[in-house]
Write a protein of this length. Structure first.
Length: 349
């Protein structure tokens, strides 16, 4: 039971559990930086009463990057994580295999992995918490901090219909569910998006002179929202198991989305009940995304669905970038990118 993540005892991952490629990873550059952010003034109490009041930066977005040797001219890829997670989603898998961030770099693409504003190394604005603690604001102003239980992810992420009962063809490494649990962080956005993150993604793509922006789950819609801020900065959009595909876009917005290729990726077992009454099944979301594809194609755009079961690939979960066949799915995305993305000359500002 401990292996499957429902016991208080955890199965610890150690360095020996991490697979290391026999081929060297050769980089021209790697590092990190921040996009966006705003300076605000806060009182000593809002800052935690350790020092005097003053100015701090909030709403910034942290970005880690790797640029492969001889890859600077290839299409950059921005990988944005979903709810209650950080950029770790795209890194080494829970059972220690190569993640998409490294794999895409090994295939020649510069990769940029943010932590959403308010999450992980991007930090969050603590002001309201200290205000409520001091009694200057009511508790109702506190955000709800979201986490998923280890038991709940089984059905919602489609590892199995119930906890500890994986689908017979499950591609997720269920013996490492505890390691997925360690990746989770509190999320104050309750499945919605941070405006700061959307703006930062648009700005990042522009600074890269165009990029393929890839979102997952909660952030699956983010590439669309960032594209509507600056479509010229987008060389392509990849929506991986998006939590929503809006049906409310206007004709003008759909027209804007016809200016770039769009790929939507879904795994298997989509009709499984999520176990969360407020959330529709992933099959319903799949159908909403297919409807969006149809609208974009009818308007003359390039949009398509990559449904793994339709390719004869069975058992993929919501965490498809961490599944045991994650590199097989990555190859399909890379093939689509090679066929549909084009370099743009000049700046994308």
């Amino acid at each position: 039971m401990a292996i499957l993540g429902t016991s208080p005892g955890l199965v610890a991952q150690s360095l020996k559990d991490v697979s290391i490629s026999n081929e060297p990873l050769v980089l021209k550059a790697q590092g990190s930086f921040f996009i966006g952010g705003e300076t605000v003034e806060q009182t000593a109490g809002e800052l935690g009463d350790l020092g005097p009041g003053g100015h701090i930066t909030v709403n910034q977005m942290y970005v880690h990057y790797m640029v492969p040797q001889n890859g600077a001219d290839n299409v950059p890829v921005v990988m944005v994580h979903g709810a209650t997670l950080t950029g770790k989603s795209w890194e080494t898998t829970p059972d220690g295999r190569m993640g998409w961030d490294e794999y895409f770099v090994r295939q020649g693409h510069p990769v940029y992995v943010p932590d959403q504003a308010g999450r992980g190394r991007s930090g969050f604005d603590q002001r309201v918490i200290n205000d409520v603690r001091a009694g200057s604001k009511p508790p109702t102003e506190l955000p709800v901090w979201l986490r998923f239980s280890d038991e709940g992810v089984w059905s919602n992420f489609r590892f199995g219909a119930t906890a500890n009962q994986p689908f017979s063809d499950s591609q997720f490494p269920v013996t490492a569910v505890d390691e997925l649990s360690k990746q989770a962080v509190p999320d104050m956005y309750r499945g919605t998006s941070s405006t700061s993150t959307i703006e930062a993604l648009s700005e990042l793509a522009a600074q890269l002179n165009g990029a393929v922006v890839m979102g997952h789950s909660q952030s699956g819609v983010f590439p669309l929202q960032a594209a509507l801020l600056n479509s010229k900065a987008m060389k392509g959009l990849v929506l991986v198991e998006p939590g929503s595909c809006p049906s409310t876009y206007t004709a003008d917005q759909i027209k804007e989305l016809t200016t770039m290729p769009i790929l939507i990726v879904f795994g298997d077992h989509r009709a499984t009940a999520t176990g969360i009454p407020a959330l529709p099944t992933w099959q319903e979301r799949f159908e909403m995304c297919q409807a969006l594809i149809d609208r974009i194609k009818s308007a003359g755009g390039q949009a398509e669905m990559l449904a793994a079961p339709d390719r004869g690939i069975r058992g993929n979960s919501h965490m498809i970038m961490q599944d045991k066949n994650n590199l097989q799915i990555a190859d399909l995305i890379l093939k689509w990118m090679a066929e549909h993305t084009r370099k743009r000359s000049g700046a994308a500002k």
